[in-house]
Every structure is written in C-alpha cells, then in structure tokens.
Design a protein around this ligand. Structure first.
Ligand SMILES: NC(=O)c1ccc[n+]([C@@H]2O[C@H](COP(=O)([O-])OP(=O)(O)OC[C@H]3O[C@@H](n4cnc5c(N)ncnc54)[C@H](OP(=O)(O)O)[C@@H]3O)[C@@H](O)[C@H]2O)c1
Length: 169
C-alpha cells in the first residue's frame, strides 16, 4: 500500500518556515514506530529538515529534488515526479511505502495513496503550508478516529482516511 502520514491543525495547516507547527512527542513516536523498517518517500526539503539533513535510521528513503545535481548519500535520489512515482510503485509491489512530506509531495500524491494516517491537532498553528482538506473530498472517507490525547499540551487525535477512488500508478 501507499500511505501518507502527517499531522495537521484544524485548518489543515502542516508547516511554517520549513518546520513543523507543534512539538508532539507522542505523535513523533507514532511516526517512528509506524515507518520503521519501511520505505519512506519525500521531497528534498523534508530530507533537509531532518537532524544534520541525514536520512532517518532503519528506513529506505526515496527523495525527489528538481535539481539533478542534488544527490544525497544513503538515499535513492530521483529528479522527476514520474521517476518518483515509478520508484514508489516498484517498492509498493513488495511492501508498504509511506509518504512523509512535505506539503508539495503530500498534495501531488493525493490521487495515488491508499490511505492517509492523519494526526489532527485541535488548534490553529498559524501555518504557511497546507494539506488537501480530506473532509471536503468525497474520494476520502474517515474510517478511524481515536480519542483525544494530550500531547505536550496539545490535543491530538489519530485518524485514518481511505481513498475510495485511488488512481493506480
Ligand atoms: N505536518 C507534517 O506532518 C509535515 C511532515 C513533513 C513536512 N512538513 C512540512 O512541509 C514543509 C515543507 O514542504 P515543501 O513542499 O517545501 O517540501 P518538500 O515537499 O519536502 O520538498 C520540495 C522539493 O521537492 C521538489 N519537488 C516537488 N515536486 C516536484 C516535482 N513534481 N518535480 C520535481 N521536483 C519536485 C521541489 O523542487 P522545486 O522547489 O524545484 O519545485 C523541492 O526541491 C515544511 O514546513 C515541513 O515542516 C510537515
């Protein structure tokens, strides 16, 4: 399966100043345990936002950058959206592939994902970049919604949406 995993505020805001909106340790742990030992696919800015701009441990990374002189160590580098989709398809035939950002990648991947694991934060984080509003899209249905949890002073809820009209890559 192809699965997007992200957190968003109540306006579907997901980031500002190339960073996250909130510090959410419980959500981070969920991200880590969900993606560990799997394939993660992302845009260049998301790779660069990791500590020391290095890939995460124990995960295979597919990284899209428009500039074909940008090639990072320890990851699969691709330089066009069609190559990005082809690599995701190749891996998804064998195992789950997680789409981990950022804004431009999440939104371009909307038609192709099977599921979205969305952590909803019940606040307005003053975002500059936004995710597609799944609640206003008839293709998506929320099939799981967890109880509210206090995560570092923020009220979060784990949700799962399925894409009822997934486009095959
Ligand atoms: N809330 C969350 O869970 C979450 C998770 C991850 C990231 N984020 C947030 O998302 C923000 C970063 O998003 P972003 O959109 O700037 O970064 P991004 O998606 O990680 O990376 C964008 C990069 O991908 C390239 N790219 C995108 N589409 C392309 C295409 N079709 N063909 C070729 N290259 C392409 C861009 O090149 P060009 O610039 O040349 O187009 C750019 O280099 C940050 O604020 C981050 O904190 C939030």
């Amino acid at each position: 399966m192809i699965i997007s995993i992200l957190s968003a505020d109540k306006k579907y805001g997901i980031g500002k100043k190339n960073g996250l909106l909130f510090s959410l340790p419980i959500d981070m742990k969920f991200f880590r345990t969900t993606t560990i030992n799997h394939v993660v696919a992302m845009g260049e800015n998301t790779l660069l936002s990791f500590p020391n701009s290095k890939p995460l441990k124990n995960r295979t990374h597919i990284v899209l950058s428009a500039d074909n002189t940008h090639n990072y160590e320890g990851v699969i580098n691709v330089h066009s959206f069609s190559d990005f989709l082809n690599k995701i398809k190749e891996y998804s035939l064998k195992e789950d592939v997680y789409i981990i950002g950022g804004a431009s990648i999440y939104n371009q991947m909307i038609p192709y994902v099977d599921e979205v694991l969305l952590t909803k934060v019940d606040e307005d984080g003053g975002a500059e970049v936004f995710f597609h509003n799944l609640d206003e899209d008839d293709n998506f249905e929320c099939i799981e919604e967890g109880e509210p949890i206090d995560d570092n002073g923020h009220i979060i809820r784990f949700t799962k949406y399925i894409n009822k009209n997934k486009v095959n890559i």
